[in-house]
Design a protein around this ligand. Sequence first.
Ligand code: HPA
Length: 249
Amino acid sequence: MTQEALLAIIGGTGLTQLDGLVIEEERHCETPWGAPSAPLQFGRLGDTPVVFLARHGNPHRIPPHEVNYRANLWALQDAGVRRVIAVNAVGGIHPQMGPARVVVPHQVIDYTWGRDHTYFEGKIDSTTHIDFTHPYTETLRQRLLQTAGREGVACVDFGVYGATQGPRLETAAEIVRMERDGCDLVGMTGMPEAALAAELKLGYACLALVVNWAAGKSDHIITMEEIEAAIDEGMGYVKRILRGMLTDG
Ligand code: HPA
């Protein structure tokens, strides 16, 4: 078996730990940007080494706008990680993206503000504008989609992820505007994470789980009960894909 670049999974809402991960080491890290959300967990899933990081901490306590995305990705890179699968809970805008559906998005629109969103600031030698035409690494996206197919998990192979500031959910009018902009999904954690990964030249793909219809897309308001039910149903699919990718990919 060829040695592949070390992979990390960043778990979001509903995925604060990875079942089946045999943890060999828990590392508390400090970075020039502060501490990551949680200790990095180094371990194996099957035979494959993997690093797991809970984006919101474990237990889940850090809201999306307060996650230290810079420290999270820096710590992973510093630990030798070269590829990241980001798991994100999202709201569905596109008709194919209802609750409990898994989606591998291909594009991003960033509506977040005021977050520490770049490593290129302060005392730097030169201004750097990274290319971000394709925010997700296509080979990693395809690996996720192929694994979903092999595992028999229905998975949508496209989607524009609209990243909002939160922590509140959107108004119906905001979702209409986002749909007009071309967004298929709405979530609060997709950015600046994807851009920071690109600045560090890490491979990066998103495995999104739809946990509710976006505001105004159903006949009811969004409740935590509905979100929890979709997480209960859908996170099993996400875990099957992750396990499949690491154990027989
Ligand atoms: N909007 C923004 N973020 C989300 C949603 C939503 O509807 N559901 C889960 N994360």
